[in-house]
Design a protein around this ligand. Structure first.
Ligand code: SF4
Length: 303
């Protein structure tokens, strides 16, 4: 088996080794718990039932979840936290989260496990599981892999990280990110073209696109907002995020990533969004500066 599930196309034999993303044969998760720090239409009062998968095909140098995403060996051996699970256990986790009161099931960075995730969601839906399923991803997915999720995922919650390919290359070793995310987003909107809410304002169907503003890169984010507005207007919800938190592994060649976004940088971006005419958007409360929205990982335990 040579894996070509994601745009990295590393062709790893995941039966016997691990891919660039750190994934081997089985799903691996770092945390499953109610999560309160997503957009209000996702977290609501009760929290979103988040399942954090370990590993990631992007491995951005500034990763906000580096504790669970990084495979420092570059896929040569497994060094990721968390524990392996199969499809039946993932179904049990969905049911546990529902019993805890979750508004939805939030599948975080599961791109490298899409076939098993699709099997678990399909089985749950066939048994009458009625919470929305959210696919919470980086935007670095192939159209083919997203098609596996058609009819299963109710809400796509995707990042849109880069419009500048030089930046994508420098920070995520993914020069093809801009064209990849455009094709992926188009497929997500094809599958879920209309945002629908329940009576309590919780999102039941649709697409949310997130841009995490990076220090010193307001122009990259402005280009993203312009693209989203021109192509999708109000059909997708845009989430403009200020919460960038430096991790402890930023290489010295990117000194500006070792600080938070300034209030002035964020205001330049949000002023631009208003000037464009963007209305269907979340803007973070200015008082959230200095706050961390990163959960504690590890309460699911190691192998
Ligand atoms: S999902 Fe992982 S193993 Fe498969 S192509 Fe992408 S990086 Fe490689």
């Amino acid at each position: 088996m040579k894996c070509d599930l994601c745009p990295r196309q590393c062709k790893a034999d995941r039966e016997t080794s691990y891919g660039y993303c750190g994934a081997g044969r089985k799903m691996r998760i770092a945390r499953a718990a109610l999560h309160y720090w997503e957009e209000p239409c996702i977290s609501g009062k009760n929290g979103s039932g988040a399942v954090f998968f370990t590993g990631c095909a992007l491995r951005c140098v500034y990763c906000q979840n580096h504790e669970i995403s990084f495979c420092p060996s570059g896929g040569k051996e497994l060094e990721l936290p968390g524990r392996e699970i199969g499809v039946p256990e993932l179904i049990d986790i969905f049911n546990d989260l529902k019993e805890q009161g979750a508004h939805n099931i939030n599948l975080v960075t599961g791109d490298h496990f899409i076939p098993d995730i699709a099997a678990a969601v399909s089985d749950s839906k066939m048994r009458g599981f009625d919470l929305p399923f959210i696919f919470n991803c980086s935007g670095y997915e192939t159209v083919e892999s997203l098609r596996i999720l058609e009819g299963l995922i109710d809400v796509y919650l995707t990042d849109y990280k880069y419009e500048e390919k030089e930046l994508a290359k420098a920070l995520s070793n993914a020069e093809n990110y801009p064209e990849t995310v455009k094709a992926a987003l188009s497929e997500m909107v094809r599958q879920q073209p209309v945002c629908e809410y329940d009576g309590e304002g919780m999102l039941k169907k649709g697409v949310i696109v997130r841009n995490l503003l990076l220090p010193k890169h307001v122009m990259n984010s402005k280009k993203i907002l312009k693209y989203l507005f021109e192509v999708y207007g109000g059909r997708v919800i845009i989430s403009i995020m200020s919460q960038y938190t430096p991790n402890g592994f930023i290489p010295d060649e990117f000194p500006y990533l070792k600080r938070r976004v300034t209030r002035a940088e964020y205001e330049r971006l949000t002023d631009y969004a208003l000037k464009l005419g963007i209305e269907n958007a979340y803007i973070q409360d200015i008082t959230s500066f200095g706050s961390s929205f990163i959960p504690e990982f590890g309460d699911i335990g190691q192998d």
